[in-house]
Ligand binder design. Structure first.
Ligand code: DC
Length: 217
């Protein structure tokens, strides 16, 4: 069984996807983390974000693997190294949308995401799961929230990771990423026609989880 959860950054989809996967005993696949791992490698290799052939070549020769910890949180391996924590750094967040918009990079990630999703029953979260990666997913959700609420949630999340950020930084980052992710040419962020839309603006995480579970069951 494949459950697809899409939506913009900060809407709560990763938390919901992880809890759902844990409750159902499914594999949790955070596809954004895969683009983040590639971005980390590009930064480490000092590959210019405008050097598209070099980025595609790098993606082709990169080994990305993922597993889940006991609590279903994601462990992501970049060429065998656990990068679960460094991929959350602000320098990655700032650059990731520019790398994720490249067609050649997306094609490589698409193959991997489909491979992971076919291994086991899975919950995938991302931007194009219900539209492109698994258009035949058993259940599709589009999780959204008002912009100001997404900013506050992301701020709280990053503060918990001890990151030195301001609300203004987050606001700027989310606006920029929303814009790149939803206007890019290939696989833009979009609700699939058959996805269930959930506006989480005034919902607590537990309520969202219950709502998603009620549709699945
Ligand atoms: O969900 P996130 O913030 O970790 O995602 C990081 C970036 O990756 C986000 O800006 C958009 C991109 N992404 C994508 O293009 N397609 C996906 N399926 C998942 C994420």
């Amino acid at each position: 069984m494949i459950i697809a959860i899409d939506g913009p950054a900060g809407a709560g989809k990763s938390t919901v996807a992880r809890i759902i996967a844990q409750k159902l005993g499914f594999l949790y696949i955070d596809t954004g983390a895969m683009y983040r791992a590639l971005t980390l490698k590009a930064l480490e290799r000092k590959i210019n974000a405008k050097d598209i052939p070099a980025l595609i070549e790098m993606a082709r020769s990169t080994n990305i693997d993922l597993t889940n910890n006991q609590d279903s949180s994601l462990k992501i391996l970049l060429d065998g190294r656990d990068v679960s924590s460094p991929i959350r750094q602000p320098c990655i967040t700032r650059l990731v949308s520019d790398i994720a918009k490249l067609k050649g990079v997306r094609e490589i990630m698409l193959g991997l995401q489909r491979k992971f999703g076919k291994l086991r029953d899975s919950v995938l979260d991302g931007r194009d799961i219900g539209t492109v990666v698994f258009p035949d997913a058993d259940k599709k959700f589009y999780i959204d929230a008002e912009f100001s609420v997404r900013v506050r949630r992301r701020y709280k999340e990053l503060k918990e990771l001890n990151q030195d950020v301001t609300l203004k930084d987050i606001e700027k980052d989310l606006r920029n990423r929303d814009n790149i992710d939803s206007t890019r040419e290939f696989a833009p962020l979009k609700k699939a026609d058959d996805a269930i839309y959930i506006d989480t603006t005034s919902m607590a995480i537990g309520e969202v989880v219950n709502k998603v579970l009620s549709y699945i069951q």
